[in-house]
Design a protein. Structure first.
Length: 392
């Protein structure tokens, strides 16, 4: 049986190779930053990281991780309710809740497990969950675990959402879930419309703000702050693995009763270890740094606007948006992968995304801007892309 499995998987892997769609893994030999040393490529400009504020190698963020490791050791060796919770978890959760403007928060080892720990737990039998059709894979998979009725609504379409909610008016608990920033398109959820529809139709609104946290709003509080709607989204999930230090971890933030309920019932809380104290310590410090330096968020927003403009001037048509994700459509999957390979030869690391992550024919280079980038570095990227445009 094992031999058969190996043969089948090897054949499939070979077909990825033949089609030019095989993902490549690159070894980094220095910390993640605007520039990093990559095995076989030397120093490369990183344009594919979610290290939006450049905090993953910030000296105080690193130091806070070391300090937490010294103070608490590697971990409890079990689940929080069985083996205890470190103070750093409580501190981090308290700070996160205050920052996003809700009563309480609960950390998880990733935003993936935060979504998976939240959605099936609150969408039990008899409920209805409505999810934007372009939501992140973690939400799609979490929705697959629900016993409730589940449906998608058209991407960013509050009208379609309202119609579907009205058609299910008899359902007791209605839950709507959306990304704040859509990770492949870089566009934002139409939050003002979603808030209005959910309030009118008495649905709970959940927003995963993984790509909005630290990026959007005047002070980086995310998509809700961007739309002047702080405190109006019922439940927020987000990651600590992007702007907030870039290590790992995620959280759910919302009313105290929800967090209390998740502590009792969420499977990805009750049956898995807590966030390592090292990571909790670094994330806590990353948040402190962000709160002390809201100007970094402005810098990031300005650099992204400027980069989009430079791309347009060079003849590209990046997808519109206000996030730090700038997708440039290049055609089919193999072309996107070839594009990123050629960029790497020029010392620039950008990832090509193709089918099945995005529809065939809409494969893209996804460029992600960080406050750590200089304009010179960004201009270099535009020049390299322009050079490659003629490539078949
Ligand atoms: C919208 C969204 N949600 C969740 C995740 C998963 O985050 P994590 O790496 O913390 O599991 C991602 C990561 O790519 C994301 O983009």
């Amino acid at each position: 049986m094992k031999d058969r499995l190996v043969t089948e998987l090897s054949t499939e892997l070979e077909s990825f190779r033949q089609a030019g769609t095989m993902k490549e893994f690159h070894g980094l030999q220095s910390p993640q930053d605007a520039l990093a040393r990559m095995a076989g490529h030397g120093e490369v400009l990183i344009l594919s990281s979610n290290n939006y504020l450049g905090l993953s190698n910030h000296p105080q963020v690193v130091e806070a991780g070391i300090d937490a490791l010294r103070r608490y050791g590697a971990g409890t060796g079990s689940v929080r309710f069985i083996c205890g919770t470190f103070e750093i978890h409580g501190e981090l959760e308290h700070a996160l809740a205050e920052w996003v403007g809700v009563e309480a928060a609960l950390s998880f080892v990733s935003c993936w497990t935060a979504n998976e720990g939240l959605i099936p737990t609150i969408a039990g039998e008899g409920a209805l969950i409505l999810s934007d059709e372009l939501n992140h894979a973690s939400i799609i998979d979490a929705c697959r675990l629900v016993k409730a009725k589940r449906m998608t609504y058209r991407h960013g379409d509050a009208k379609d959402l309202r119609e579907k909610l009205r058609a299910n008016a008899g359902v007791g608990r209605k839950i709507v879930i959306t990304d704040g920033v859509f990770s492949m398109e870089g566009d934002l959820a139409p939050l003002p419309d979603l808030v209005e529809v959910c309030q009118k139709e008495e649905a709970v609104l959940v927003m995963d703000d993984s790509h909005g946290t630290g990026v959007l709003g005047k002070t980086g509080r995310g998509t809700a702050e961007h739309f002047n709607l702080l405190g109006q989204v019922d439940v927020i999930t987000s990651t600590l693995g992007k702007a907030l230090g870039g290590a790992a971890g995620g959280f759910v933030a919302g009313p105290k009763a929800l967090i209390g309920y998740l502590e009792q019932k969420s499977r990805t809380q009750l049956f898995t270890n807590a966030l390592p104290p090292t990571v909790a310590g670094s994330a806590r410090e990353a948040l402190r740094q962000l709160q002390a330096h809201p100007e970094w968020v402005c810098e990031l927003q300005e650099k992204t606007r400027w980069f989009r403009q430079e791309l347009r001037q060079a003849g590209f048509a990046p997808l519109d948006g206000e996030s730090a994700i700038v997708p440039v459509i290049v055609g089919d999957t193999a072309r996107a992968i070839r594009f990123s390979r050629e960029m790497l030869k020029r010392g620039i690391f950008v990832t090509g995304f193709g089918y099945p992550v995005v529809p065939e024919g809409k494969a893209r280079i996804r460029i992600q801007i960080s406050a750590a980038h200089t304009r010179e570095q960004l201009a270099r990227a535009v020049r390299a892309l322009a050079e490659l445009r003629a490539m078949a």
